[in-house]
Design a protein around this ligand. Structure first.
Ligand SMILES: [Zn+2]
Length: 96
């Protein structure tokens, strides 16, 4: 993705070397909820398009058994990338 301030591509750590923008400081939005392990496919697809991805699993301390086929995970991307990410996911679901 590009730096929202400078419009130049971010480096590998998704930081801007010009203005010191760090994508982790940007607002993140949840674009999709999926069941494991589908998040791994989505993550690799989005990252191949240069979109950073964060996975938030619904892990609760009292429920350590959230790893498994029924574990629901949330896919989050930077707000500025949300539209692009959703379009990519739409294309992905059309292909399969
Ligand atoms: Zn910048």
């Amino acid at each position: 993705m590009d730096c929202p301030n400078c419009k130049i591509p971010l480096n590998q750590e998704y930081r801007c070397l010009t203005c010191d923008f760090d994508v982790n400081d940007a607002p993140w939005v949840i674009i999709k909820k999926v069941y494991a392990p589908n998040e791994l496919i989505i993550k690799s697809v989005l990252e191949s398009y240069g979109i950073p991805v964060k996975i938030a699993s619904k892990e609760v301390a009292q429920m350590p058994v959230s790893i498994g086929p029924l574990a629901e995970v949330k896919i989050a991307v930077p707000e500025s990338e949300a539209d692009t990410a959703l379009e990519l996911l739409e294309e992905l679901s059309e292909d399969s």
